[in-house]
Design a protein around this ligand. Structure first.
Ligand code: ATP
Ligand code: MG
Ligand code: MG
Ligand code: MG
Length: 439
């Protein structure tokens, strides 16, 4: 992409309404524009990051055998009357009436709708286990939308639902989701710690939230510091292997780690004092096992091996896709701007032309641009006639992992400058070597 033709409306001034770094930086970098409280347009740069996160989420879900699909944003109220949640959900639900006077709602989550799909099409235990998921916009009329996309009213969520014959199978599905989530967050460049949590309006017995530690997080958390040393890393996973998934659950959840809702001072006191931590965290996902809470009232049964109908055991599992954009920035920025992890960066490298219009410099930039494109990468070439300082400031703000700076002086000795956004270190290298490093 050539910056002269791109739509990147960066702001010079820091927007007064933004209280935290990620919100400020997303506005300044031209990633989002608020349309009304807690509702945003995703401008081209923001949209690219959102899509890269979505893609990683899809890959990790499908690796575990979970099936992607898409349910609508608008749902009929009648489904929610069946589960009893239409009245119970409260003012966070946006209720809508269509011209036929039918009660509708903008979905805050999809347990009812997926259960309805399941009961319409699945009738035998032979079709289990089954996990379906989608990535779709949700609406919750939050009392205090704030911090940009972190607490929006309209937000993008991955929500997945498992259907299993019995509790043991559903617990395996729970553990399997925990594994997929650990992998997903690490690919996004984040450490997200599973913590024992409270189930809230989804209901159910077992639940973990995944939290990214950050001072600006809205959750209060308590944990054993040893947990921050755990890494999922590059492990071979067999998602059908019950013992392996259970082992990973135990590894990642046996140390004390709880949100304030389930925090227990007496249990916490058993953690050695020098390892006890209290901090703040951003909830980026949650997994639930809730058994037959929806399948029973909604009649989602299958015929068991003995021919008798049994209600299926279910769980639901959410990732805050749009919130993650903010969470990643909270975890990875400096005073000059965003520092994208490689996995989600909107462009792989920026090319800065120090003397636009100088034939040798222009042609060196074009050459690097083409080589990067040929290597399957997406460079952003700043080909505007701006001062070098302004170009550097834009690149620092939007946080691409690499900057390749090309100017007439360096080119005289066949060199360009390659700068890492994360470390700030620069090297003088040949254009070919720069391309190799970025690949
Ligand atoms: P919170 O405690 O922050 O209100 P929640 O527990 O109500 O979140 P869940 O029902 O668990 O949310 O939804 C799954 C995920 O969706 C959350 O872990 C979070 O990452 C994301 N999410 C929830 N509410 C919002 C929101 N208002 N804006 C952006 N993301 C959200
Ligand atoms: Mg909530
Ligand atoms: Mg919560
Ligand atoms: Mg939650």
């Amino acid at each position: 992409m050539r910056l002269s033709r791109y739509f990147l409306p960066v702001l010079k001034e820091t927007p007064a309404e933004a209280q935290i770094a990620s919100h400020r930086l997303m506005l300044r970098a031209g990633m989002i524009k608020q349309s009304s409280a807690g509702i945003y347009s995703w401008l081209p740069l923001g949209w690219k990051v959102l899509r890269r996160i979505e893609r990683i989420v899809h890959e990790e879900q499908q690796r575990a055998g979970h099936h992607p699909m898409l349910m609508p944003t608008l749902q009929p109220a009648d489904l929610w009357r069946e589960s009893g949640r239409y009245d119970a959900y409260g003012p966070e639900m946006l209720r809508i009436r269509d011209r036929q006077d039918r009660d509708m709602l903008y979905g805050p989550t999809n347990e009812e709708m997926i259960t309805d799909i399941f009961r319409s099409h699945v009738s035998s235990y032979r079709d289990l286990p089954l996990t379906l998921y989608h990535i779709q916009w949700k609406f919750r009329d939050e009392m205090r939308p704030r911090f940009g996309v972190m607490r929006g009213r309209e937000f993008l969520m991955k929500d997945g639902y498992n259907f299993d014959l019995d509790e043991a199978a559903a617990r395996h599905a729970y553990n399997r989701h925990l594994v997929t989530y650990l992998r997903t967050y690490e690919r996004l460049g984040l450490q997200a710690i599973p913590m024992r949590a409270d189930s809230g309006p989804i209901g159910g017995e077992d639940t973990h939230e995944f939290l990214v530690l950050a001072e600006t997080g809205e959750s209060e958390v308590f944990y054993d510091s040893e947990i921050t040393d755990l890494r999922f890393g590059d492990r071979a996973i067999d998602y059908d292997d019950v013992a392996q998934c259970q082992g990973i659950l135990e590894e990642f959840t046996s140390r004390y780690a709880r949100t304030d809702e389930t925090h227990d001072e007496a249990v916490f006191a058993q953690v050695p004092e020098d390892r006890r931590r209290s901090a703040r965290g951003i909830e980026v996902g949650q997994i639930f096992y809730f058994g037959t809470k929806y399948s029973e009232p909604m009649g989602a049964t299958v015929q068991g091996p003995d021919g008798k109908p049994v209600p299926v055991h279910m769980g639901s599992h959410g990732i805050g896709v749009s919130r993650l954009v903010g969470a990643i920035i909270e975890a990875s920025h400096d005073e000059n701007g965003i520092i994208w992890p490689e996995g989600v960066t909107p462009f792989h490298a920026g090319i800065v032309n120090l003397k636009q219009g100088d034939a040798a410099t222009d042609s060196a930039c074009e050459g690097i641009y083409r080589q990067l494109v040929d290597a399957g990468l997406e460079p952003l070439y700043d080909d505007r006639s701006e001062r070098a300082g302004a170009k550097f400031a834009t690149m620092d703000l939007i946080g691409l992992p690499w900057r390749i700076t090309v100017g007439p002086r360096g080119l005289q000795s066949g060199k360009v400058e390659l700068t890492s956004r994360r470390t700030g270190e620069s090297e003088e290298v040949s254009p070919e070597a720069a391309v190799e490093r970025v690949k």
